[in-house]
Design a protein around this ligand. Structure first.
Ligand SMILES: [Zn+2]
Length: 452
């Protein structure tokens, strides 16, 4: 909706109404189909290890049986259901891309919601979900918000990748309101040094209780507060971050400048793992959300034991993924209990995606780059280079039969939408992208520095 001509050309008030109505419709659908029972159940067992384990065992059994019975990839394996999950093979993104239809359940009636993920390498991947899957996801998100102190009626700020304000808009307000959700939605695409005080003021004036943000956006505001030796003027219950990796240093900086605890959530569109930090800063693996295995990575970094997150989703019977290797890593913890009292196991830290960024035409940092290649066909991997402000080079690894001039034009258009039209965007096809020491591919390499 945000990129539609109608929305982009509507007055601010009409935009507020449009997005409020859309949010209301979604809320009504959620309420009609209901996830209240699941929410009640998963909330009740959070502090009871035995109850969690028996819930998870049941979910796992159901997931494996469903896959073996209805999903071609697993049917072909002829797995004896007397055996356990370790008899299933590991799968990864490359396998999904190559055989995506094979993971589709035969039992695919009803609404199918398609979403795309891309991750660090920029390889877009489409994961279909059914309505039940979306509703179940909501229940787990709702429980996490409750952990973060959210109560019905609380006011929230939403500072994430939604293009609520058209990129062509050059003057405030860079936020819109969702009336029925008590929410102010702020554009992370317009967050410049000049606009930062306005963002802080808008949230404070609205009386926000909880901020939900991309790490890169809220870190930028925390750094701004630090540079001006200031603190957020309002009183917050908490800040909830997700979708990008958040370092311990940045988490501490946000907590200091906003005077509240940061709850950091790790999840992915494949829905094979969810990990969230609690009020004591420990990361807990939500073992009732998915079956997570921690596969030893073999190599240690700075003397720390690392493991790859391998997950099995409980909440998407339409497209079940079993033992999916995420390519994301955790640092193992030796703690067995947390002062918060939760029974979910602990990991020391998540080493997820690397938070790289570009500089937009107004000097704003743009970190939500994985969205740019969404919807562009034939791009296997992409990486952005910016050595000077006026020019961005996109290096792409492409499928030559699919990636044509039209797709190239879409890629350039998507980039312009986010960084601004005055920046020259050039696409170069390369055989391979540059990798980091840990074998990761950075989303962007920006050597141009506008502000420190
Ligand atoms: Zn805890």
């Amino acid at each position: 909706m945000y990129t539609s001509f109608l929305y982009q050309h509507a007055p601010v008030l009409v935009q507020n109404i449009m997005l409020s109505v859309r949010a209301l419709i979604r809320k009504l659908i959620r309420e009609k189909h209901g996830n209240a029972k699941l929410l009640q159940q998963i909330t009740a067992h959070s502090y009871n290890e035995q109850a969690i384990n028996s819930f998870a065992a049941e979910q796992l059994q159901h997931t494996l049986a469903n896959a073996a019975e209805k999903v071609p990839f697993y049917q072909k394996l002829n797995i004896n259901m007397e055996l356990g999950i370790t008899d299933f093979p590991f799968i990864d993104k490359a396998m999904l891309k190559a055989q995506k239809e094979q993971f589709f359940s035969h039992d695919s009636n009803g609404v199918i919601v398609k979403g795309e993920t891309s991750g660090t390498t920029g390889q877009a991947l489409s994961i279909p979900q059914n309505l039940n899957s979306v509703l179940r996801e909501q229940a787990f998100v709702s429980r996490y918000l409750t952990w973060a102190g959210f109560k019905k009626g609380d006011k929230r700020a939403w500072l994430r990748g939604d293009m609520v304000v058209p990129v062509a808009t050059k003057s405030a307000p860079f936020w819109r309101y969702s009336y029925f959700e008590n929410m102010i939605l702020l554009s992370s695409f317009h967050l410049t040094v000049q606009s930062m005080p306005l963002y802080l003021h808008a949230m404070h004036e609205f009386g926000v209780d909880i901020i939900q943000a991309y790490p890169s956006s809220i870190v930028a505001l925390a750094k701004y507060l630090q540079s001006t030796d200031a603190y957020y003027p309002g009183e917050l219950k908490s800040i909830v971050t997700s979708s990008e990796s958040l370092s311990k240093e940045h988490k501490a900086l946000i907590e200091e400048r906003f005077k509240c605890v940061v709850f950091d959530w790790y999840g992915l569109f494949e829905r094979v793992a969810a990990i969230g930090s609690c009020e004591h800063g420990r990361y807990h693996i939500f073992t009732d959300y998915a079956y997570v295995e921690l596969l030893p990575a073999g190599n240690m970094i700075d003397g720390r034991e690392r493991a790859e997150i391998v997950g099995t989703n409980f909440n998407n019977s339409l497209y079940p993924l079993i033992r999916y290797k995420t390519g994301d890593y955790v640092v193992i913890s030796h703690e067995t209990s947390c002062p918060c009292g939760s029974s979910f196991p602990i990991v020391e830290q998540i080493e997820g995606r690397i938070g790289d960024y570009l500089i937009g035409e107004d000097g704003q940092k743009i970190a939500i780059l994985n969205h740019i290649s969404k919807g562009v066909k034939g791009v296997l991997a992409c990486q952005f280079y910016q050595q000077q402000k006026e020019k961005i080079e996109i290096r792409v690894v492409v499928e030559p039969n699919v990636f044509d001039e039209q797709q190239k034009a879409i890629l350039i258009h998507n980039t312009h939408e986010r960084v601004g039209y005055s920046i020259e965007v050039q696409v170069n096809e390369v055989p391979q992208l540059e990798q980091t020491k840990a074998g990761k591919i950075r989303q962007a390499i920006c050597t141009y520095k506008e502000h420190k």
